[in-house]
Design a protein around this ligand. Structure first.
Ligand code: PGA
Length: 225
């Protein structure tokens, strides 16, 4: 199984979410595809749109799964503004943890991220644990890791598939429990295949290119070629 995980980050109005799904549905209908063989396609919208995204996926009967971009480090209780794993688990299968933007702008460090991983697992969410290099700590319960070099995120300057595979090899060697390794950082329709072709790489995590349904669709089709 290979993964394509679109991370919308903090983008889109509800109307734009609706348009994205209309566009993707049209592209899919035109192609005649009803499923993506051996591909797990995941969309991670801002939390507030998760129920709506689920609704649209059901409406159009799309072969897509949902993921959250974050979860609270606490269980439910008096934590104003937080959304817990169990709330998210009603609407999503996956959750990103430790994205470099969470580490940089929200000062999320190992202790908090390890707690989040534990809570995600406890409610049946599958954590996709993001690390910027092969030196970053990874909790024991993690089975899917996204390698995302900070300098490649949103810069148009992707890592080379060869180097990404090398770094992932080191990560895998240090953490034998990891089943899948995914690359993120300036993934485009043009470079996706070169990453998918590397034996060590089990998928990609596009940010910017997932915002446009046409580009995301091209990533899916180019990845499966
Ligand atoms: P990018 O983002 O594709 O826009 O570089 C990737 C990510 O941050 O997950």
């Amino acid at each position: 199984m290979k993964y394509i995980i679109g991370n919308w980050k903090s983008n889109k109005t509800q109307g734009e979410v609706e348009d994205w799904f209309k566009d993707l549905n049209n592209l899919l209908a035109r192609s005649g595809a009803v499923e993506f063989k051996n591909l797990e396609i995941v969309i991670c919208p801002p939390l507030i749109y998760l129920p709506y995204v689920r609704e649209l996926i059901n409406k159009y009967k799309l072969p897509l799964k949902t993921g959250a971009q974050n979860l609270s480090q606490f269980d439910q209780g008096a934590y104003t503004g937080e959304v817990t794993g169990s709330m998210i688990a009603q609407y999503a299968k996956y959750v990103l943890i430790g994205h470099s933007e969470r580490r940089k702008y929200f000062q999320e460090m190992d202790a908090v991220l390890f707690e989040k991983a534990k809570l995600a697992k406890a409610v049946g969410l599958i954590p996709v644990y993001c690390v910027p290099d092969d030196k970053t700590n990874i909790p024991n319960e993690i089975t899917i890791v996204a390698y995302e070099p900070v300098w490649a995120i949103g810069t148009g300057q992707a890592d080379t598939p060869r180097n990404a595979g090398k770094v992932m090899g080191k990560i895998k060697k240090a953490h034998s429990q990891i089943a899948n390794l995914i690359y993120g950082g300036s993934v485009t329709p043009q470079n996706v295949k070169s990453f998918m072709d590397v034996e060590m790489i089990d998928g990609v995590l596009p940010g910017k290119a997932s915002l446009d349904a046409r580009l995301f669709w091209q990533i899916i089709t180019n990845a499966s070629d």
